[in-house]
Design a protein around this ligand. Sequence first.
Ligand code: ATP
Length: 344
Amino acid sequence: MHIEVRNLNKHFGDFHAVKDVSFEIEKGHLIGLLGPSGGGKTSILRMLAGLEGLDSGEIRFHGKLVNALPPQERGIGFVFQNYALFKHMTVFDNIAFGLKVKKIPHAKVKSRVMELVELTGLKGFEKRYPHQLSGGQRQRVAFARALAPEPQLLLLDEPFAAIDAKIRQELRTWLRDLIERVGITSIFVTHDQDEAIEVADEIMIINQGRVEQKGTPWDIYKEPKTPFVATFIGESTLIDHISELKGFEEVKNDSGTRALIRPEYIEVGHEHEFILASATEAGIIRHLHFRGSEWLVEVEVAGHKLITYRSLEKETLSIGQEVRVLVHRAYLFNEERSWIMENR
Ligand code: ATP
């Protein structure tokens, strides 16, 4: 289903929770709504579902305005973190529930449930009750139940939030695969950036009721449009006076320009390791965190603390050591625009 949202607004009393939100989702795409707690992600999802009214704006499914359509007529499947299974029903009956409500003939219900049991990897568990399943299995039943009536849109609100890290990791890959096979348009709410990056075709960063940026995970990482997005996705350092760093002297700070520097664009090392040592500047190592295959290095340059990586193969660094630092590239932002600057 193709989704179109225009100028969506929602107030709770005086509080403006969703502010003029517009976006489109292509048929079959999986979109991740990512952002800090209280940003408005769930409210947007609930308005799409018809569980929450909207103050103004338009929601269209396949070009048709659905603002006034009740939830059961929107063709939507849900999987929520706390959207519990029916405890007194078996896996089979849980999955069959939405089909029985629609008065679908018994034989058809059975074949559809078996198809979903297969699809969600639950074969052999049909007769079990929810308390006889692991958390991950229960969430898979929730997916099967949501997909059974063949919805055109799947809404997922932190579906893995209550599941422990290892299983959650497996479920991400599982979900990605499932959505691809079913080919259903899906929206996935999370505040976990790794989850969004791994699972979604596109991410929408939601902050304080607004869409800060929408794009593929790679595009957002590579070209963040605001400092908020830049710091929310990936590791980085945000600094206010980049003109104090070598190669960036021409940047004017008076216009409120801030700079973001990703770790991969900073090199630290000893003087002899640089081809052009004169292009580097003095720094002091302040912190070293061992990351398994590399060190995360915090280096102080001209009073700024920058974060970078250093592979294990190179000569080791130590805290307090004087090093040379080269900043290759920075993202700059001010009130009007964002741009990339290379150190040449
Ligand atoms: P989280 O990640 O914590 O779920 P979220 O991004 O999904 O957050 P929402 O649940 O959409 O955020 O909430 C957005 C804002 O609206 C919050 O400040 C919240 O307190 C407020 N809000 C949500 N629902 C209501 C309500 N029914 N009445 C009053 N305020 C509400």
